[in-house]
Write a new protein. Sequence first.
Length: 140
Amino acid sequence: MIRYFCEDIKFELKGRAFNNKWLKTVAESEIRKLGDINIIFCSDNYILDVNMKYLQHDYFTDIITFDYCEKNVLSGDLFISIDSVRENAAYYGTEFSDELNRVMVHGILHLVGYDDHTEEEIKTMRSKENYYLKLREGLK
């Protein structure tokens, strides 16, 4: 089950049922099942606090993923900074909703086991993100 929360901001994700269907399709395409996924929308300052408190990283980011997966069942918390998503959308010249979808699927792909520390991992992650964003369009 996917649940949505907000911490220190007001934000309403439109089309939650469709988003849930899409993310379930992503999981199934990666031979996984969706367990409990919490998507927590927050501000830059909130995600910075989480980053410092739990990961000892002193920098802003658009998403932090906490992995609670067991075997092939995806479970975790995805903290998403709406501030960073807005800034990234403007920087990359894309729609806010498209950038938000990219960040959400990025978090799910981390739960699947993909990483983005090396150039090769980043290339694979981007390819997967693009594939699933295109798949999302096909589900409409």
